[in-house]
Each structure stands twice: as C-alpha cells, then as structure tokens.
Design a protein around this ligand. Sequence first.
Ligand SMILES: [Zn+2]
Ligand SMILES: [Zn+2]
Length: 314
Amino acid sequence: MVLTRAREPLELRDIPVPEPAPGQVRLRVLACGVCRTDLHVLDGELARPKLPLVPGHQIVGVADDGRRLGVPWLGWTDGTCRYCTSGRENLCDAARFTGYDVDGGYAEYAVADERYCFPIPDGYPDLQAAPLLCAGLIGYRSLRLAGDAERLGLYGFGASAHIVAQLARHQGRRLFGFVRRGDDAARAFALELGCEWAGTSDERPPEELDAAIVFAPAGELVPSALAALARGGTVVCAGIHMTDVPGFPYELLWGERVIRSVANLTRRDGEEFLALAPQVPIRTEIETFALEDANDALARLRSGDVRGAAVLRL
Ligand SMILES: [Zn+2]
Ligand SMILES: [Zn+2]
C-alpha cells in the first residue's frame, strides 16, 4: 500500500520485492501495526516523507534465515553525532525512520537495518506482537519519562495507553483515564484496564496526579493535564505531532511542574521493553485488517473507533 501524495488514500500496487543492502535483512511481513503517526504522515503533518512511500513502522516479519524480527520506527542513526554518542540516538541529527524516510511494512516484504531490529519475544503471536513495536515502545519511554509518579493520568485511551496501563499497574501505580466526551466505550476500556477512575479530559480527577501522559494529538489537553497535576508533576506529550498548545496562566506551571515531549525511541528502550512485556505479561487487544484494507484501518483509527490497536495481517 503506497502513499504517493499527502492527503490522498494509499494505493494498492505491485512493487518489486526489495533487495537488502549490506547490513540489512529482508523480511516477509507477517503483520504491521497501524499507528497514529501514519495518519500524521498521510495528512502531511510531518513534512518530509520519502515519496512514494510504503508506510508502517510496527513490522513483525520473518527474515530470509527464518528469524522472527520486529522493525520499529527508528530505522537508522549515524552513530557519531552528539546525541548518538551520549545515549540519545532517538534524537540523532541524521536519523532515518521506518515508514517515513525508508519504506515500511504496509507490504508483503520489507528490508531493514539489522542493527535496529528486535527479536520478537516467544509467546507473542505475530499480530499481537506488532503493537508492541511502537505503541508499546513509545509508551514505555513515556512512562519512564513520567518518573516514579504514583498517580498517573493517561489522556487518550488508544493503542499506546492500553499497553502503558498494563505496565503501570504491574509497577503498582494508580491510574486515572481521560477519554473524549461521550466515548463510553473508551471509558469502559480504561476501567477494564485498571484505571480506578475514568472521565473526560475537561474533568478533574478525584485526586491530584503526579504525572500525566498525553497520547491524544490535541494541544488543548496540555493545560488540562497541567491543571490536574500536583506540584512537581510532569506532563509527558507522547505523540510526534500535536495541534497548537493554547496559552495558559503561568500558575499552572508554577510549583515545579514540567511539560516535556517524548521523541522516538532508542534501541535500549526496545530491549528493555520487549524483555519486560512477557513478564507483566502485557496482552495487546487488536483489530485486524487485510493489507488492502489499510485505508479502512486508518479511517477507523482516525475516528477513534479501534479498541486497542489496529494491525494489518499479511
Ligand atoms: Zn546521530
Ligand atoms: Zn508509531
């Protein structure tokens, strides 16, 4: 499924099976998760995708030598810039991203730099493993950057939040879920996943929060989340794109509250998270779509209609 121009549907096309360059593996794709970032690419909100582009950066595939590997968003880094040499390859000046700078997994075959692939933990079926590779990984990084917050708010209860909730409960944190007004299904899902309270984003939780992770790409949630924080608390913005954050009184930030973003992932995040996932154990809820129905999957994700994560089945 190929993107040729922003704001147009993906096209089903026959393209040559990619040949791996030195250092790359070729994968027969088994499953590929659909991520909100893919929508931002399609909508032209991320400015410089390779075109034409095969999107998709939560790839589970089998390599030519039979290994089952996962390919995440971080596809390549230079290894030499000030970020790479200080343990922050997620911020690399020259990073290349899967399904953005290089073709991704909305296809029968993909190639990837082997150094950035992860072995998929045993016990995870292909389809259920796919959302671990971005929703899970970025969620894990977001949770880490939320510090040791005991009372954690999650804004937007999609693929990432449904994984983070399981991890956070496993760590003994208390959860508070925030969903769109009228989205009773999301509210029920949040409660099922261990939130002790679930409400709409303009509501105040019954207690102050020590941290909040904003998954929804809506800038107005940032001041709402700040207003729900205790002193010293952190708002973590987990998405790659967000609408403008509206102005707010300094009082909301006062008291050493922090707003920060999470950008991409490091390989270390991936190794840590994929080791942790089977211990929790994290179970992903998925809705599956055929490859040629990728546009439907994206439309469902856009409307907030997917319970858990959307995954393409190859
Ligand atoms: Zn670098
Ligand atoms: Zn993603």
